[in-house]
Design a protein around this ligand. Structure first.
Ligand code: CAP
Ligand code: MG
Length: 433
């Protein structure tokens, strides 16, 4: 049999996937001279049991039973179903090696993008999901309705632990809830992880006394091997309720290990998505941010970055709104326009979406009206770039949030709030590029 014919055997447009099967939607562009049917079949073959040529084993009963099937082709969009036995329950890295592995580099396709996954309940339930979810996080901080506020010190790296912790105090006492490490700050010689945690926690306590609000650090525990877990344990020893991980540079298995470790420690997990644009930014190729966010939810993070739509980083307003909604909902519907498959999340808790990247006080009302109040807003430059410093910058953000929640215009509110006025005089309402 000519080798290409193998691929077409993986297409059955009459197949109706059972509830036990995992379904993926892909955008594919066949390579020149290739038909969409063969290219689609190649995707199903390579991501499940097949390879470029016929092999005898394809006729074996169980191999045949678990072969993936292309069951829909609609222009460049295809849907592929995978019987459950393709996957090892609870092993996210294995799942990705199948449905987002070799197929992304196949010559049969010019471009291929994994847009969405619909997880069958058995596979979904083999993952823990968030330990706390939105309700649990709000309870920890006694923040009933307003967005949770986070701030990342800038400059991103280079400050000593002492300088970093002092900035922490300035922003906590200025009205911010969470002091976040930047994605590229872990334990460099000038700002050792343990020293940073120690100094910050001392000042968090002071800020708590001063403000009567709970203050915490999002300490970036991303590190090789056991060191990652050691750092999480250290954070817990200081009584801080949260850790942060660069979920993509660390990898799914490390993140799964952290989730397991955090269960006993009672720590919430904040996921930074640095590295995602390597595979999410090209709309024709790679893996969508939606898939990354859904995966992060299953693994069990309590926060995930979803973007702003209006800030300095790529991501359309429609895309970031969809991401936030999928992270907050327990049941999502399919959507033909966005090629969403819909998901019943069952017992899996929801996730606090984080809007971040180029935000400043003048943007806060827009972010709140766009996302609603059930989210976290993270600001770096838009606090530390305040002409009067980080403390004033933090106050300006909190004031902007108060105005937005009370539906008072920022200009009006700024009449009696000098920090906000200076921020507006500096950045106005502009969208940062
Ligand atoms: C924001 C930030 C965040 C990005 C992440 C930064 O700083 O600390 O890492 O927002 O992007 O380093 O850029 P600014 P995303 O507030 O100074 O922009 O949420 O898109 O993953
Ligand atoms: Mg950052």
């Amino acid at each position: 049999m000519p080798f290409k014919e193998v691929y077409e055997q993986f297409v059955d447009l009459h197949h109706n996937p059972s509830k036990e099967e995992l379904v993926c939607s892909f955008y594919i562009e066949p390579m020149k001279g290739e038909t969409i049917k063969r290219a689609a079949g190649a995707v199903a073959a390579e991501s499940s049991v097949g390879t470029w040529t016929a092999v005898k084993g394809l006729g074996l009963k169980h191999v045949h039973e678990i072969a993936a099937t292309v069951f829909e082709i609609n222009g460049n969009w295809i849907k592929v179903s995978y019987p459950l036995d393709n996957f090892e329950l609870g092993n996210m890295s294995q799942v990705y090696s199948a449905i987002a592995g070799n197929i992304l580099g196949m010559k049969a396709v010019q471009n291929i993008r994994l847009q969405d996954i619909q997880w069958p309940q058995k596979l979904l339930n083999s993952f823990p999901g968030p330990q706390f979810g939105i309700e649990g996080i709000r309870k920890k901080f006694k923040i009933k309705k307003r967005p949770i506020l986070a701030c990342v010190p800038k400059p991103k790296i280079g400050m000593t632990s002492k300088e970093h912790s002092q900035i922490g105090f300035e922003i906590w006492s200025g009205g911010i809830d969470l002091l976040k490490d930047d994605e590229n700050l872990t334990s460099q010689p000038f700002n050792k992880f343990s020293e940073r945690v120690k100094l910050c926690m001392k000042l968090a306590e002071k800020a708590e006394k001063e403000t009567g609000e709970r203050k915490a650090g999002l300490f970036n525990v991303t590190a090789p091997g056991k060191e990652l877990y050691k750092r999480a344990s250290l954070v817990a020893d200081y009584g801080n309720p949260y850790v942060m991980i660069d979920i993509l540079t660390a990898g799914w298995s490390a993140a799964q290990g952290l989730r397991e470790h955090c269960k006993d420690l009672g720590l919430a997990i904040y996921a930074h998505r640095a590295f995602h644009s390597a595979f999410t930014r090209n709309p024709k190729h790679g893996v969508s941010m939606l898939v990354i966010a859904e995966t992060s939810r299953l693994i069990g993070v309590d926060n995930v970055h979803v973007g702003t739509g209006i800030g300095k980083l790529a991501g359309s307003t429609l895309e970031v709104k969809t991401l936030a909604n999928v992270m907050r909902s327990f049941k999502t519907s399919s959507d033909k326009k966005q090629h969403l498959l819909g998901q019943n999340w069952g017992r899996i808790k929801n996730v606090v979406p984080v809007s971040s990247g180029g935000l400043h006080p003048g943007n806060i009302p827009e972010i709140v009206s766009f996302f609603g109040a059930n989210l976290a807003i993270q600001v770096g430059g838009g606090i530390h770039g305040h002409p009067n410093g980080s403390h004033a910058g933090a106050k300006a953000v909190r004031q902007a949030l108060e105005a937005a929640l009370q539906k008072i215009s920022l200009r009006e509110y700024a009449k009696n709030h000098s920090e906000l006025k200076i921020a507006l005089d500096t950045w106005g309402f502009r969208h940062i590029k």
